[in-house]
Write a protein that binds this ligand. Structure first.
Ligand SMILES: Cc1cc2nc3c(=O)[nH]c(=O)nc-3n(C[C@H](O)[C@H](O)[C@H](O)COP(=O)(O)O)c2cc1C
Length: 159
């Protein structure tokens, strides 16, 4: 099965998750940043796995735009959707606010791969936001959830 992973990452966490995902997939996998996906012949793939990090309750714009522009095509393909973020798995519905309902319904696999916060890599503005967010009593620094990535890959491997 020819599979394409399309992703958007700001500070590299989603990119890291994509490389872990790729290791667990048993199909023929290509990887592409969402901003470059227009250069590919998407029809050539049987399966598309799309994912991005979340900032201020929104998916990275490049991936959001990719999903909007290619919604009809994505609905014809085997599909997986994922997010990288600091929202914990206890908020199981979080992903449902981030992708179009039709894509969510069509997707064979949906997952939250967790996230990472590296203050030293961030822009001044993002660091200031994080400094405020981390003061919230409920906030916990996220980490990459390898088990979620493995389970997502297992579903795709069985398609
Ligand atoms: C300024 C800022 C805003 C963020 N907003 C959210 C958010 O709204 N929801 C969430 O779950 N995580 C949020 N996060 C956490 C990121 O999604 C998380 O750090 C992710 O792993 C970043 O991945 P990337 O390096 O691939 O961009 C935010 C992080 C920063 C720095």
């Amino acid at each position: 099965m020819k599979t394409l992973i399309v992703y958007a990452s700001k500070y590299g966490c989603t990119e890291k998750c994509v490389s872990i995902l790729k290791q667990h997939l048993k199909c023929d996998v290509s990887v592409c940043e969402a901003s470059q996906a227009g250069k590919l012949d998407l029809q050539a793939f049987d399966c598309i796995l799309a994912g991005a990090s979340v900032y201020a309750l929104k998916l990275r714009k490049e991936l959001k735009d990719f999903c909007i522009q290619n919604e009809a095509l994505l609905l014809q393909k085997k599909l997986g959707l994922f997010i990288c973020c600091s929202t914990p798995l206890t908020q199981a519905n979080y992903i449902n606010n981030l992708y179009a309902p039709a894509l969510l319904e069509h997707a064979a696999a949906k997952a939250n791969f967790g996230g990472e916060i590296h203050l030293e890599k961030m822009s001044w503005g993002d660091r200031m936001v994080m400094k405020m967010v981390e003061k919230s009593p409920d906030f916990q620094y996220p980490h990459i959830l390898e088990e979620e990535i493995q389970q997502f890959a297992a579903v795709i491997n069985n398609l």
